[in-house]
Design a protein around this ligand. Sequence first.
Ligand code: NDP
Length: 312
Amino acid sequence: MEKVRCLIIGSGPAGYTAAIYAARANLSPVLYEGSMPGGQLTTTTEIENFPGYPDGISGPQMMEDLRKQAIRFGADVRVGLATKALLAPNNSIVTIDGETEIQATTVIISTGASAKYLGLPDEKKYAGLGVSACATCDGFFYRKKTVVVVGGGDTACEDAMYLSAICSKVYLAVRKDCLRASKVMQERVLRNEKIEILFKHEVIGLVGEDGVSGAILKKNRGEQDEEVYQIDVDGMFLAIGHHPNTNLFKGSVDLDETGYIKTYNGTQATNIPSVFAAGDVADPRYRQAITAAASGCRAAIDCEHYLIENGL
Ligand code: NDP
């Protein structure tokens, strides 16, 4: 079985940054990129708030740059998905793609988070036929069409803006009477003539023969004037947040009540000595590219200290 000193699982800004720092500390890190190399930022358009990029940078470009930087310092970046993890102090066994086992002295978990769905049966029924959780991946298919974006955060606003440049009309269905997005995003959406915000609206179903042709909306849920009606749309984009990718680690690493990995003592250490966590998988609060990258750096430094302190 292959033995590695530092195994990094996941390849967003957290994983790649951990790889850069671990490689520069001579830990010979091996990083498995997972099912979506580059992570969630590969599905965004411009990153405008990462310090040092006054003109912004595209998500895929930033991830490619981070990947190259990690490789430049000797990180072994590999294609492969961790499918099983037996985590133990100084001796974790991680299975890749259901077949290759790796024995790791230390592990940095940076598996990120995935898009949430509403939980409607119609989401499954129309999967790939008008329902998507990635505007930048699938927006292209809705050229000159009408879509509804669900959510009121930065992702929803960003998706609505992106789709407004492709589609003829974009509804933004927000369950509350206000947006949660940052002020700058709110203003952009409110100014955009192609976007119609439907406050206090929920999508409760979809209709259509060979694909989505309409969405059933509930307005003012629980109020006297509650109303259910239908709008014509060709697609629905979900932008209602994310859940952490921690299924693999349930029962071994401590998770909080919403499934995020718990870290301790102001470090990236988990409850298992030699196992660290970085990025969105351990961050229910900030979830930014910059905070993910920073926690990847911290995890690599924690990992290096751990190896030295334990003479490993
Ligand atoms: P958020 O958690 O910020 O927002 C989720 C939105 O979805 C909220 O409006 C929420 O409504 C709504 N929602 C959640 N569940 C449901 C449901 N079942 N039905 C209807 N609506 C629902 O998630 P985001 O993905 O937007 O953002 C995550 C983080 O990433 C944030 O910190 C954000 O600032 C950041 N981000 C930053 C960007 C940037 O700076 N360019 C771009 C994208 C994200 P409610 O308000 O009622 O809870």
